[in-house]
Design a protein around this ligand. Structure first.
Ligand SMILES: [Fe+2]
Ligand SMILES: [Fe+2]
Length: 295
């Protein structure tokens, strides 16, 4: 389905999310009028997968929270506009300037004439190095610690304790208790997974530690007590649920465990990243699957 098709066929806001398709998760309403839009990405040779999720807060002034990866553009736009009319979208919040978060930003802003891009000076500066073809008259800058009134609620931009871009801010909605953590509190998966309580607890813990440390390798330089202070910024919000781009949603029964796991990241041994030997094995596997052409 093209963007034109997607924007021309919008059920009302009361319609349910589209049915599941094999190998993917349809959007899920994790809290009232708050939907996680799922994507699961598995690069060639990867032992598992990682989510590339985004979110929609369908309040009085609907807020798109990150815009998914370009690799999932058609499905993302179909999912998003099955939940909200493009003309109703008022805000497009970009957590930071990585393409898995702003990858469909131009398409969403083009489809949503009443939307304002919620970013920051630094995020706009860094995105513009690639491409930022959205008029500054449609920008709003929202820094860490600042808030934005979206009609029926006030959302708070709160940087998560770990991140891979200096522009990162999460987004907390006190009306639902949902915190969008951007790249933090994430974990790899074997396949599409909506909630962390679907994972084996040990697999979740191991994947969680590894993901945080690989995505924020500077965490090993941190003073443990100072890092704990950074963790407490999010903990004091007392979020009921934590949704993130790269992990299943952390439900109410698992939030405290996620806080514990994150505080342990600086002192947890982390496995090395795949090296050239791993790439050699991937290439050998690919080559073994290619049949020689008949002479
Ligand atoms: Fe990132
Ligand atoms: Fe990311």
């Amino acid at each position: 389905m093209t963007l034109t098709d997607a924007t021309n066929a919008h059920p009302s806001n009361d319609d349910a999310a589209p049915a599941s398709q094999p190998g993917r998760l349809a959007p899920i309403e994790i809290a009232p009028e708050t939907f996680v839009i799922h994507d699961t990405f598995a690069p060639p040779g990867a032992p598992g997968a990682v989510h590339m999720n985004s979110m929609l807060i369908r309040g009085a002034q609907p807020v798109v929270v990150d815009t998914g990866a370009p690799t999932n553009r058609e499905q993302y736009l179909e999912d998003l506009f099955s939940l909200v009319e493009p003309e109703d979208v008022r805000w497009v919040f970009i957590s930071h300037d990585d393409v898995d978060h702003y990858g469909n930003m131009h398409e969403v802003m083009a489809a949503c004439p009443n939307a304002t891009l919620v970013a920051s000076w630094f995020a706009c500066d860094r995105i513009a190095v690639d491409r930022l073809d959205i008029s500054p008259t449609r920008w709003r800058w929202l820094n860490d610690g600042e808030s934005i009134d979206v009609g029926d609620r006030t959302l708070h931009a709160i940087r998560p304790p770990l991140y891979d871009s200096p522009t990162t801010r999460g987004l907390f909605d006190p009306t639902t208790g949902v915190y969008w953590a951007s790249d933090c509190y994430a974990t790899p998966v074997q396949g599409p997974t909506a909630f962390v309580d679907e994972l084996d607890p040990d697999a979740w813990a191991g994947g969680f530690q590894t993901f945080q440390a690989w995505n924020s390798p500077w965490v090993t330089m941190l003073d443990e007590s100072r890092f704990a202070e950074a963790c407490s910024v999010v903990e004091r919000l007392e979020p009921r649920m934590i949704a993130s781009c790269h992990g299943p949603t952390i439900g109410p029964s698992q939030v405290d465990r996620a806080f514990e796991l994150l505080r342990l990241v600086p002192v947890t041994p982390i496995p090395p990243q795949p090296d050239q030997m791993a790439l050699d094995q991937i290439v050998a596997t690919i080559e073994s699957l290619i049949l020689p052409l008949p002479s």
